[in-house]
Design a binder for this molecule. Structure first.
Ligand SMILES: *[C@@H]1O[C@H](CO)[C@@H](O)[C@H](O)[C@H]1NC(C)=O
Ligand SMILES: *[C@@H]1O[C@H](CO)[C@@H](O)[C@H](O)[C@H]1NC(C)=O
Ligand SMILES: *[C@@H]1O[C@H](CO)[C@@H](O)[C@H](O)[C@H]1NC(C)=O
Ligand SMILES: CC(=O)N[C@H]1CO[C@H](CO)[C@@H](O)[C@@H]1O
Length: 732
């Protein structure tokens, strides 16, 4: 004990550490074996480090060059053997590691104390290494982020900008990181805004809001930014462009910009230029609204990677010579016709309602499946009734029913009135009226009696026991489809056969729906899921069954008199539309529509070839039936509320059954005891509806629907703000 104290006065060792995190390699440079070097050898072994011993500086260098040791311990007690400091300098100059630390170790040949020293070095350096790595990771994340991020000091001197910032703002990093470059400021900000921001930051608070930033070319761009003070770091501030809310202003995702894709427009004009590029604003109010819709379409909040790729190529075409631009056109052609459209989930805020809706509607449920949860259910398919109720003709529809259908061509038509007036047979009656309005019998060369029988048998195969997916939903989708078919742009792009296909597809699109989602059927191992390999189970079934029912019996075979090729075309179109209602492909359909139709239409003056190209007609039809299928949030408030009640009830019933049968619960938020209906509607609108209807409205011009959507969204928000979970506020 005392020995070690006395030795410590005069002798020391030199320790040189350069760090690597795998198994430590230790090099001992000792001219002779002694108690000290033996203790270190023992300590290395005990700590699990690899240990080499070198006797001379030359041997030490050779060994170090070969193994790149993490730790070098040199005998510095006797300078007559060699110059330890020169060796240290050499290590400094060659070490490729992140850091080199030199320290002195006071001689102590006690084995435990050598061991402790090694462990402490190991620990301390590892910790430093982890910090460095974390730092590295944070910077990598900043570099990769698609949001523009800028870090500045308290006196507004730029310290860092990421590549997205360069890309969006048009600066090169080098020019901003020169000494004492200030954050570029736009004159368009009110002076007190800047004061407000800096006083907010000085108080250590984050500031978020709309702000004009100045691009390199002198333009001011409006951005939704978040500024965060870095507390305790000399007043640094992190400014970040956030991709949320309506004021998206293209600050994100680089250059998806309507001006940039339009070859005729001057891109220096502000974003309000959109109005002139859409070229169809009738009055100021509606074109203003259209502008905000278009702006949002071009920066869709839920963006698939392919959309970004297309935007980047569009932007590159701008500044490319003709042959390159043309080659890129062909690239775009290919990209638009392949299946690359799955969205990146999780780019939006994580929200349990959205997650459940995505999990429940967009997957086959297998993700959540494990082992013994796979239970085979024996599900009975509904039988087609052998007898039909008394046929009726358009001419002898009872007056009270005829009256409820008088305004069926209006969007605000009340389908629930018709449901009760027809004793739950709205599809047959509305079908007769709408099909005759569109001349479907004439087109198919089929007698009206056949159409009647067909509508009746199809309606009979909807399950009245479903609270949502019963024939009233089918009638509602038929109604929306007919409404959309009358829109000018839609008429310009579709042929009569497309119209007939759309009406038929709407009528049959959910036939024999069991009131459970695809994921449920897959989890339960239902017959249908097995038949269709867990892929688009319900939609495949609706399409297949519709044709089976129709062609099984001449009495209701509306296709019987069709020419073979025309029938094939019609059948193809109906199947395609019914399958398009499947939600796993939601973003693919919407993205394709936006990329192939909205964007080119907005960029060009003429519209003929875009609208009537066969591949685009398919996209229009898919979008049309998808929008009709989930148009509930765009209906007048009272209707919207009723639909929300029905769909929630159907999901609750599914959750009840899942619990009862011990199946995985696909959408846990839809539990009747805890569910907030307003929240679920808000998530559904945010995630699925807004982008889609913005795009559809930009195409078909549907201001009344967008107005309802706005009102309804506000209604759900107001309930949610009052923390209400119900469909309506409680009575006063
Ligand atoms: C700045 O703050 C004041 C007081 O809070 C407020 O009245 C003013 O509108 C703010 N200015 C801006 C441009 O936000
Ligand atoms: C559809 O379900 C609702 C219950 O949500 C019911 O009131 C209505 O009568 C059903 N409609 C049909 C046509 O079965
Ligand atoms: C289901 O998968 C099997 C085996 O791959 C295949 O033979 C069959 O055609 C598939 N059925 C459907 C409806 O896709
Ligand atoms: C060829 C074609 O369909 N052109 C139409 C383009 O759109 C305008 C109105 O938006 C119509 O007037 C044209 O007939």
């Amino acid at each position: 004990m005392t020995l070690s104290l006395s030795l410590s006065l005069s002798l020391s060792l030199c320790v040189c550490v350069c760090v690597c995190v795998c198994v430590w390699q230790v090099l001992l440079v000792f001219a002779k074996d002694d108690a000290q070097s033996n203790s270190f050898c023992w300590a290395c072994e005990r700590a699990g480090f690899r240990c080499n011993v070198a006797r001379t500086p030359e041997a030490a260098l050779e060994s170090f060059q070969e193994k790149n040791h993490d730790l070098i311990i040199m005998d510095h007690r006797h300078s007559r053997y060699f110059d330890a400091e020169a060796l240290c300098r050499y290590v400094y100059s060659t070490c490729v590691c992140v850091s080199v630390v030199t320290q002195r170790y006071v001689e102590n040949s006690n084995m435990m104390s050598c061991y402790n020293e090694l462990i402490q070095l190991h620990h301390g350096e590892i910790r430093a290494q982890i910090k460095l790595r974390a730092c590295n990771a944070v910077f990598t994340a900043l570099e990769q982020s698609q949001e523009a991020i800028e870090i500045s000091s308290e006196d507004q001197i730029i310290q860092y900008v990421n590549p997205a910032y360069e890309c969006i703002m048009g600066y090169q990093r080098g020019e901003l990181l020169k000494e004492n470059t200030e954050v570029p400021k736009s004159e368009q900000n009110k002076p007190d805004l800047l004061d407000n921001i800096s006083s907010c930051l000085r108080r250590g608070k984050e500031w978020q809001g709309v702000y004009y930033a100045k691009k390199k070319n002198g333009d001011s761009v409006q951005q939704n930014v978040k500024m965060t003070p870095v507390v305790g770091q000399g007043g640094w501030c992190v400014r970040e462009c956030v991709c949320s809310g309506v004021l998206m202003c293209r600050c994100c995702g680089c250059v998806s910009d309507i001006q940039q894709s339009s070859k005729h427009k001057d891109r220096r004009k502000g974003s309000l230029d959109v109005r002139s590029t859409t070229s169809r604003g009738s009055d100021a109010g509606s074109s203003q609204r259209r502008h905000s819709s278009m702006a949002r379409i071009h920066s869709m909040t839920i963006e698939a990677p392919i959309t970004k790729v297309i935007n980047i190529i569009n932007a590159a075409q701008e500044s490319s010579p003709m042959p390159v631009a043309e080659a890129l056109d062909r690239v775009l052609e290919i990209l638009r016709t392949t299946e690359l459209y799955s969205p990146q989930l999780g780019t939006k805020e994580e929200d349990p309602h959205t997650n459940d809706l995505v999990g429940g509607l967009m997957t086959d449920g297998l993700r959540r499946l494990s082992g013994n949860e796979y239970i085979l259910a024996t599900k009975q398919l509904h039988h087609i009734p052998g007898h039909l109720t008394t046929p009726l003709s358009l001419n002898d529809i009872p007056p009270c029913i005829a009256q409820t259908m008088e305004n069926e061509d209006s969007w605000d038509f009340d389908i629930f009135n018709l449901e009760s007036a027809t004793m739950k047979r709205p599809l047959t009656y509305l079908g007769l009226k709408i099909f005759s309005r569109f001349g479907v019998c004439e087109f198919l060369s089929c007698p009206e009696a056949t159409l009647r029988s067909w509508l009746q048998i199809i309606e009979a195969n909807y399950h009245s026991s479903n609270s949502y997916h019963n024939s009233t939903h089918a009638a509602d989708v038929l109604h929306a489809t007919a409404y959309f078919l009358c829109k000018e742009r839609v008429k310009q792009s579709l042929d009569p056969i497309d119209e007939v296909a759309a009406l038929i597809a709407a009528t049959v699109h959910d036939v024999d729906h069991p009131g459970r989602t695809n994921s449920f059927l897959c989890n339960a191992g239902s017959e249908l899921a097995i038949l269709y390999n867990d892929t688009a189970v319900l939609e495949s079934h609706h399409a297949a069954l519709a044709f089976q029912i129709t062609t099984r019996d001449d009495k209701c075979n509306i296709f019987k008199n069709m020419e073979r090729n025309e029938y094939r075309t019609l059948r193809q179109a109906v199947i395609d539309m019914v399958l398009a209602t499947e939600m796993t492909k939601h973003f693919e359909h919407v993205n394709k529509f936006v990329n192939s139709i909205n964007k080119p239409l907005a960029a060009l003056e003429e519209n003929g070839s875009i609208l009537t190209a066969p591949e685009n007609r398919i996209l229009v039809k898919r979008m049309l039936i998808k929008c009709a299928d989930i148009s509930n949030p765009c209906r007048p408030l009272e209707l919207c509320i009723e639909w929300a009640g029905r769909i929630s009830e159907e999901y609750f019933a599914q959750t009840d059954e899942e619990k009862q049968q011990g199946l995985p619960v696909v959408m846990p938020v839809f539990d009747r005891n805890t569910c907030s209906i307003p929240k679920s509607q808000i998530s559904f609108i945010d995630y699925f509806i807004t982008d889609m209807f913005d795009a559809w409205d930009a195409f078909a011009d549907l201001p009344n629907l967008m107005q309802h959507l706005d009102n309804n969204f506000k209604y759900w928000k107001s309930l949610d703000e009052k923390k209400l979970h119900s469909l309506r506020p409680p009575p006063e």
